[in-house]
Write a protein that binds this ligand. Structure first.
Ligand code: NAD
Length: 245
């Protein structure tokens, strides 16, 4: 479904992002994964190599626009085009507001929102030149319903939806589609790090009766990245088993 496409996936070293990388490779894309550290990037590249998937990796500071701009230029020089950007890197939060420092709030916004701005700003000039591109953002079901703690996380994901819908309108004349996927609770390290008392009652309320697997989410990204979604832009696609928390 992605033959000949070049895709960049942030937060591609584990969890949902790693599964997106794997799924895109299974569909014949060239994939470049971004992670936060050299070691985790190398680990993911080696794991994928053992599965028969060759990918390239970088670990830029996603808050640093100049650093990103340089890497995006390098990727474009190597591959000649950049067709798909998946802004997936993200961190969550679960503390009550009185226990959350303003620095903690800022660091969530910095990765979950500002990094999307930086990555998108760096990639758009290449996509505009091609008159073709797909930008996909990882939102969350909390971007629709909020959550009863860790306010920075849902606030950041509401912003992701705002970026998605607004950029879809801004970039549509350039044939660049911008969509988001809003996963429900998904079986990754992010969920493993949250308290059981928070997660277990939520899983019980999911009508499909189970937690999401990274592949459930990656398949939605594959569809939106592919030409099968050629008339879809500005959408936040819920992939959550009808969970309504
Ligand atoms: P994860 O913790 O398993 O992976 C997070 C990824 O983000 C990693 O690849 C990591 O390298 C990257 N990352 C973390 N901090 C970074 C930083 N400072 N700079 C650059 N990269 C950094 O999480 P996941 O569950 O796979 O989450 C991926 C995305 O899915 C996130 O945006 C998250 O908000 C969203 N999401 C997850 C769930 C869930 O239940 N797991 C639900 C809804 C949305």
């Amino acid at each position: 479904m992605l033959k000949g496409k070049v895709a960049i996936v942030t937060g591609g070293t584990r969890g949902i992002g790693l599964e997106i990388v794997r799924t895109f490779k299974e569909n014949n894309a060239e994939v470049i994964l971004f992670g936060s550290k050299k070691e985790s990037v190398e680990k993911a590249i080696n794991m994928l190599k053992e599965e028969g998937h060759i990918v390239k990796g970088y670990y830029p500071n996603l808050s640093n626009y100049e650093e990103i701009e340089k890497i995006i230029k390098e990727i474009n020089n190597i591959y000649g085009h950049i067709d798909i950007l998946v802004n997936n890197a993200g961190i969550s939060a679960n503390k009550k507001i009185e226990e959350t420092s303003s620095q903690e709030f800022e660091s969530i916004m910095n990765l979950n929102v500002n990094a999307i701005f930086n990555m998108t700003k760096a990639v758009v000039p290449y996509m505009k030149k091609q008159k073709d591109g797909v930008i996909l953002n990882t939102s969350s079901m909390v971007s629709i319903y909020g959550q009863p703690s860790g306010v920075g996380y849902p606030a950041s994901k509401f912003a992701v939806n705002g970026l998605t819908k607004s950029l879809a309108r801004e970039l549509a004349p350039n044939n660049i589609r911008v969509n988001a996927v809003a996963p429900g609770i998904t079986n990754t390290d992010m969920v493993a790090s949250l308290p059981k008392e928070m997660i277990e009652p939520l899983i019980k309320t999911i009508p499909l009766g189970r937690i999401g697997e990274p592949k459930d989410i990656a398949n939605a990204f594959l569809f939106l990245a592919s030409n099968m979604a050629s008339y879809i832009t500005g959408v936040v696609l819920s992939v959550d088993g009808a969970a309504r928390s």
